[in-house]
Design a protein around this ligand. Structure first.
Ligand code: PAP
Length: 326
């Protein structure tokens, strides 16, 4: 198995490359840019070896669009009868430790995790572009949730995170914001063009609404309660009549408890998320919780930079019928 994985690593290093964000280089595969380790190598391995189960639940995201939040919500909704809120696993585990990334945590590097050991329904996450999803996943009746976010806020969140990772990986200086805006607008970002990534999932959600639920970070922030209800229904774990009634009668009904448990305010203040680390102990949990706000990009980008990203958004979305607005 290890020798076989080495072949994927060698293949990746033979691909066209560009200056990277967290890693020194990004590599281009089928028109999309990837980090080699914990990215493309795992994706290639998965395309050849991963076997989905019909009950699987997949969370698909472009990095920094709400993955941590949705991992927490999916886990809590689906397993709500198994745990009490006062002793819930999220109080002592980072969401990334409860819902693994396929190409990072399970298949990022040998020794691989064993998804067959996970209880059903398995909740798995990935930053796979839709166009590169393994065929067995596309052919399976599993449920898939996607969440997108405003491009400027996504960019700012990405830049903060990757600059921290650059420093940690090999002490490299931060990418200047002007240069990063240029790379982002040209689609030279880990997982490629943000807009192409979003449109891939949005189009698929129109074709298969029963299998793919498309959410927006901003809509979740505005009205988490109704989005959580929608999510539970889509996943096949709708709130019961009793749960809905409890919600109307009590201040702390089950839906509100779920929203509170998974909120930025709650998760970011837990000890495990202030001090622990994930991804083979490399990424500090606190890096997944920065501000969690809508519109923070205006505090970090000049009007010209905002305009540039808006212009690309307009061009990319023109004629698609899709908008980031809620
Ligand atoms: P990932 O794709 O690398 O796992 P992801 O969780 O998508 O990262 O992105 C982190 C962003 O989500 C951060 O945004 P910011 O940089 O603009 O602050 C983080 O603060 C935000 N975030 C994390 N948890 C939550 C939450 N529970 N509610 C809302 N936003 C959250």
């Amino acid at each position: 198995m290890e020798r076989c994985f080495k072949e994927y690593s060698e293949f990746v290093l033979s691909l066209p490359k560009e200056k990277g964000w967290a890693t020194e280089f990004l590599y281009e595969y089928k028109g999309i840019w990837f980090q080699p380790k914990f990215g493309l190598q795992g994706l290639l391995w998965m395309q050849d070896h991963f076997k989905p189960k019909p009950t699987d639940i997949f969370l698909m995201t472009f990095p920094k669009c709400g993955t941590t939040w949705l991992k927490a919500l999916l886990y809590t909704i689906v397993k709500r009868t198994q745990f009490h809120f006062s002793t819930h696993p999220l109080l002592t585990h980072n969401p990334h430790d409860l819902v693994p990334f396929l190409e990072i945590d399970l298949f990022g590097h040998p020794p691989f995790g064993d998804p067959d050991m996970m209880p059903s329904p398995r909740i798995l996450a990935s930053h796979f572009p839709y166009s590169l999803l393994p065929k067995p996943i596309l052919d399976s009746p599993c449920k898939m949730v996607y969440i997108c976010r405003d491009p400027k806020d996504t960019f700012v969140s990405l830049l903060h995170f990757y600059n921290k990772m650059r420093l940690k990986t090999d002490g490299r200086a931060p990418i200047p914001v002007e240069e990063a805006v240029d790379m982002f607008c040209r689609g030279i970002t880990p997982r490629g063009s943000y807009w192409d990534f979003v449109l891939g999932y949005w189009r698929a959600s129109l074709e298969c609404p029963e299998n793919l639920l498309f959410l927006k970070y901003e809509a979740m922030k505005e009205d988490a309660l109704s989005q959580v209800k929608k999510l539970a229904e889509f996943l096949g774990y709708p709130f019961t009549k009793e749960e809905e009634e409890e919600e109307e009668e009590e201040e702390n009904g089950v839906i509100q408890e779920i929203v509170k448990l998974c909120s930025f305010e709650n998760l970011s203040n837990l000890q495990v998320n202030k001090t622990g680390s994930t991804v083979h102990n490399f990424v500090e949990n606190k890096l997944y919780f920065r501000k969690g706000e809508i519109g923070d990009s205006k505090n970090h980008l000049t009007p010209d930079m905002m305009e540039l990203i808006d212009k690309v958004t307009e061009e990319k979305l023109s004629g698609t019928g899709f908008t980031f607005h809620v």
